[in-house]
Design a binder for this molecule. Structure first.
Ligand code: PDD
Length: 300
């Protein structure tokens, strides 16, 4: 039986263990530790008009995640860059466009490799390296103008959230809570403190100040952490990282999500209650404009 999702596998190019091939033809071993244990890490890099956005920062985070798993980075920065550029060009060609015309996402995954099932971090394996590119689906004009609804939940995930791990059952469960509630994201709390959303970071705006949780093991340090800090400094918006209580989140003037695909996005409804005035606020407008400028600056 062919399942609908597999029959829709695109004919777009990907990279697997040294070879460029069509996504639908790429195959790995059933004994790959990524398949058996979720023993791997990944990155999602935005590409605007054929240009990689914040690639160096994504590569640095990839190295940090790999180091936590005690996997040596299998490729050099230059090799990663070369693979990404080739896929961007091949993708444009396969969709009948040019790289300048398309916004894409480069997805990178490395697993520990193939071995008989045994839990320890087995040394000496050859890591599995997979890279693919997809069209980027940015938030809609309506989501930008009206903001999005989110719900809250306890953060029941593990305590190594700083690793961009392919063990994503926690993300699947937490995202589904918002799907079931008809909301875009699930904003989570460890005890009484904000951590992050299922696949985004969360920002509280109060009295003109942008605040996020500290960069520790309870959150993934999104590449937008650094970018939002830079954009705030440039616009002379106060910026602070500290523990934020549930009360502060519900009492925010504005609430923002950030991720590779959401960029910066306003949350206007939380658990059915209006956030601030219930409409996207001025800090969102400023950060969104700065983000779009950062994208335009890529091509200059
Ligand atoms: N998710 N927190 C979590 C748990 C995430 O999964 C992500 C990104 C972020 C934001 O990180 P960044 O700004 O680097 O995208 C925060 C990606 C997009 C994903 O899993 O598809």
């Amino acid at each position: 039986m062919t399942l609908p999702h597999t029959s829709q596998l695109p004919d777009t190019p990907c990279y697997l263990n040294g070879e460029f091939t069509a996504l639908k033809d790429a195959k790995i071993s059933v004994l790959d530790r990524g398949f058996i244990f979720g023993d791997g890490v990944y990155e999602v890099v935005p590409v605007y008009g054929g240009r990689l956005f914040r690639f160096a920062q994504h590569m640095a985070r990839l190295s940090r995640s790999l180091a936590e798993l005690r996997i040596a980075n299998p490729l050099s920065h230059a090799q990663w860059h070369e693979i990404a550029l080739k896929l961007i060009a091949d993708y444009a060609q396969s969709t009948g466009t040019t790289p300048e015309m398309s916004d894409q996402l480069i997805y990178i995954q490395i697993t520990r490799g193939v071995a008989l099932r045994d839990h320890p971090m087995l040394p000496g394996l050859t890591p599995t390296v997979f890279v693919m590119t997809n069209a980027m689906k940015l938030p809609s004009a309506q989501q930008r103008s009206e903001g999005v609804a989110c719900v809250t939940a306890d953060d029941f995930r593990w305590e190594k959230a700083h690793i961009k791990s392919t063990s994503l059952l926690g993300a699947v469960f937490s995202r589904q809570i918002s799907v079931d509630a008809g909301a875009l994201e699930t904003i989570m709390f460890r005890g009484e403190h904000l951590s992050e959303a299922s696949s985004s970071n969360v920002w509280v705006v109060k009295n003109g100040k942008v605040m996020g949780p500290p960069k520790d093991h309870l959150v993934l340090e999104g590449i937008r952490y650094g970018l939002i800090e830079e954009m705030c400094r440039a616009a002379e918006i106060d910026f602070e990282l500290r523990r934020l209580s549930r009360e502060e989140v519900f009492d925010a003037d504005e609430l923002l999500l950030s991720s590779a695909t959401k960029e910066v996005l306003p949350v206007t409804l939380l658990d059915g209650r209006a956030v601030g005035k219930g409409t996207p606020g001025p800090i969102y407008a400023q950060l969104h404009a700065a983000y779009q400028q950062a994208k335009r600056d890529l091509s200059t």
